[in-house]
Ligand binder design. Sequence first.
Ligand code: SF4
Length: 315
Amino acid sequence: MIPYSEIAAELKRRGVKKAALQFPEGLKRFAPELVSVLRKEGITSIISGDPCWGACDLSLDAASDADILVHIGHTPVTDEKNVIYIPYRKDIDCAVLEKAAAVLKKYESVSLTTTIQHSHQTEELAEKLRSLGVNAVVGAGSKRTPEPGQVLGCTYASAKNADCAANLFVGTGVFHAIGVSLATKKPTYALDPYGCGDLQEVSADPLLRKRFVQIEKAKKAKSFGILLSSKPGQQRKELAERLASLHGNAAVILIKEISEMQLRNLGFDAYVNTACPRLALDDQSRFPCPLLSPAEFEIVLGLRAWEDYEIDEIV
Ligand code: SF4
């Protein structure tokens, strides 16, 4: 849940008179309650109503009209000052690991990863697995994922740092588990913490087949738009400029929200995405033409072999 009173106490301690509040899409409904708690403490608020999917997209415009930005839901990915990060946490009952342990015991070591909602519990979950006979390892995080075992759709450093024979991702959906599998090239399992405890071994093959189709389509493209995000935590200018230099008819496009309409209006035959890596992998069906990752663009240009396919990560 949102720790309303702790946030109010911290803002009072810092002498904040006006706070900018930013919530990701799934948590925006908590805004009225936080505003009301802060008002009782004499703190006024301005809410960022724009879409937000991560700490890569801090609402610095709302913050410019306030003493501080309170970003709910995530840990930091950039060094922006005057921002308080309040991760959103949901506890897991460790008993959900019991069935999984029977399968995972056969591996010499198993990395444990999860998302920010549960990464406060990684050591507790790993300890439970160890008590069930699994050699569970929690890898160190990275600048974008400061908590051990934490992963993001743009960074799987903790799974790679653990360097285990297999991986267990605990969380809902399989997107992150497939990311762990691609990043480590090791057997990877997903466990829904709110399900019945059944493990799902994930395969990146269906995704790779779809990406292969897009790469083949892009080989016919005569022009490439290289998308450079204007969001502070997604901006990879050097990479975008390097990619643009690889093709005679490529141009860098500075863009904030990447939508089907924007790509259609811009009129390039294909695009290369240096913004959030999830866009190309998760959202391709929304777009009118191939949206390639940097490594996929190199494959299209013959500069990289398909066998050397790599998932795009922001480091
Ligand atoms: Fe999440 Fe994408 Fe931002 Fe990474 S770049 S934090 S995956 S929204």
